[in-house]
Design a protein around this ligand. Sequence first.
Ligand code: MRU
Length: 380
Amino acid sequence: MDHVRLSEAGDGVIILDQSLLPAEEKYIELETLEEMTEAIKKLQVRGAPAIGIFAGYALAALSKQQCRPQAIRSCCGASGTSDEGFLQIMQAQGDVLKAARPTAVNLAWAVDRVIHAVRVEMFRARREDPTRLNVNAGARRLAKAAEKEARAIHEEDKNMCLAIAKFGLEEVQKVCREKGQEGPIGILTHCNAGPLATSEYGTALGPIILGKEQGVEFRVFADETRPLLQGARLTTYELQKAGVDVTLICDNMASSVMKKGLIHAVFVGCDRVAANGDTANKIGTSGLAILAKHYGIPFYVLGPSSSVDLNCPTGEDIPIEERDPEEIRSKYYEKPMAPEGVKCFNPSFDVTNADLIAGIITERGVCRYPYTESLSALRD
Ligand code: MRU
């Protein structure tokens, strides 16, 4: 079952509440813009591609609500619908969704894509009847266009995850063959870039889950990923479910498992890849890349081309989200673990320099350094 989906009636979005995992598997339905925005902020839905999929469905659901007779009257007047009015409301809703989390580019990308599809539908309606001025497609037709685009984003993500999984599996098997490495493939991963963060196979976990299906054995070390513990709560939960050998470690143990020779490659996801290959991912990722270089372990970023932002020249241009200090001071502890009011710095992401990345694995294949050239080919 999809963990992000449109409700049966099409006017709400259903999600598996990731903030409750692994203790509780609970689906919730979100109907208002405020509920939807809060769900993104509170990480009830999270992971760059998943929040993109969610935002697409959120706009589709809110568009469906614009078809209710009362909504049509209040936004467009008694005379009926106005496509421009419909789009204005949608644009304002999209802006609110986009502002919920700044780093992952997929959120803004999905919002812009759905709004663009609706605008195209509006112009299509006008072209159908060029004899009439101000012809309206109408709310129902525009809402249908929004739903179609949101579903397309979701379907494409599933296909992209499978393609990334295939390329990633091929790559890591090749690296192990070249090094004469036998036995289970040792992977270190950080945060969660599995099915919950995307759809179906996931990105960083895709090659591992696909490999398991094909009889390729992996031994995965998952960083717990302070402060929100996506590694401990979500990655180990997903890999256990898939029957993969997974060991949980604290973030500060990565060097130790690398030094012991237990890691053959590092696989991480991405929230935004700049045009030069600098990659924003969960805080702690850049440190892993530096360690991996020290130990001669290839470090891979796996993500769909929708996470590549060619308008963002370098990592310096990626906005980094800062979150509530209580996530460090007290969240998940029985008692606060720091003096009340102590100063905290809580950036949610960091940027890994492009030259530390052995390959950026997308649905189109493995991009190699220098990334300015290999990533720009994704535009074609
Ligand atoms: O704050 P989150 O949990 O939304 O952050 C997600 C990540 O940073 C993941 O590591 C992931 O790589 C990006 S989503 C596939």
